[in-house]
Write a protein that binds this ligand. Sequence first.
Ligand SMILES: Nc1ncnc2c1ncn2[C@@H]1O[C@H](COP(=O)(O)OP(=O)(O)OP(=O)(O)O)[C@@H](O)[C@H]1O
Ligand SMILES: [Mg+2]
Length: 394
Amino acid sequence: MIAFKRTALARELVAALRGEALLGDAHNGLFLAAPRRTGKSTFLQGDLGPALEAAGVLVVYVDLWADTRRDPGALIAEAIGRALQPQLGIVARAAKQAGLEKVKVGGLEVDTSKIGKVDGLTLTEALRLLHETSKKPVALIIDEAQHALTSDAGEAAMTALKSARDQLNAPGIVNLMLVMSGSDRDKLLRLVNSAAAPFYGSQIQRMLPLGADFIAHVSGLVEAQRPELVPVDKPALQQAFEAFGFRPQFFMNALGQVLSPLAQLAGRFEPALLDAARDQQAQDEAQMESEFLGLKPTEQAVLWRLLEQGHRYRPYDAEALRFYCEKAGHPVSTPQVQKALEALRQRMPPLVWKSARGEYALEDAAMHRWFDARLQANTWPPLPPVGHVPLADD
Ligand SMILES: Nc1ncnc2c1ncn2[C@@H]1O[C@H](COP(=O)(O)OP(=O)(O)OP(=O)(O)O)[C@@H](O)[C@H]1O
Ligand SMILES: [Mg+2]
């Protein structure tokens, strides 16, 4: 399926970023969080970027997960460098032909051999140059922005972006728009929530999941292809989409399956779709449960503490150590906690995330929802199945 366009949301955010919204603070930076696979990147690239361009903004998009082996700071610098290249191309070619080694653009002296690479310039200078040569406001969209905090260079890049914003923007004038997205609010919070955080004072907004208009669009597609199914039960589709955690990929896959002639459904497809959604949910939960049960006692205790404390988690305070001791059934020392956190980080896929400053969070925020649901249902902690031999701490 071609991605469903979210034009209205994009338009709203463009206005907010340009500082035209009556309320809000998006012109200081827009921080968007939404769970995994709910369509963040698709929206940023397919809707928000084009809407900004249509409004005369030069858009630079960078996904910090594009290559996790590369330093996030370098990825940001490169994306800006790539955007600069065409802008500076004409100036630089003329300068090179004239045998000049340096050109002066927008009050800055630029080494012609370095154009396109940001190393010669600071991020602030590069962004100023981009703005001045293009004569447009610049929007920098950083997808999976929390990843910047996992390295010192990435963190420095974030601080540089904040300073670039402060230098390029003035009350009523927005020359640099910053959009940062991530799948975990707790991690994004670290960009904004302490006085030392680069974007202290900004708020994280929850990016709304695809809504009723998406469901109406999908129903329309089904009805157009399969007239005998008119009218499609939209509330049932909506319910199934919610049960799929608002993840269009899983939803569309299941829809394709129940509508396939191979499905040989006797009745309507909507109940089968709901069944598929519940299966998927059960599968996701079984996966988390088996991961949890496969951990050593200290690792379980550490993960449990993280689940319980969220962004308030402090790995080594007295209360945490007491907690680990109680849950693991033996005293747990600081090095043991360290080792457990490291083991949780090194798993494939990793369960724990660590920032360059040594702050920890769960890698997948879906685990918080699983934990909360089990607490509510009084089924926490998961119990090992009969015959399961629990791992022991070393
Ligand atoms: N507007 C849309 N219409 C239809 N399908 C969509 C839409 N948005 C996303 N999808 C589908 O959902 C899947 C996930 O989308 P996307 O990669 O944008 O999500 P994400 O939130 O960035 O995921 P991740 O957390 O893995 O980065 C993709 O397969 C994509 O095709
Ligand atoms: Mg993404």
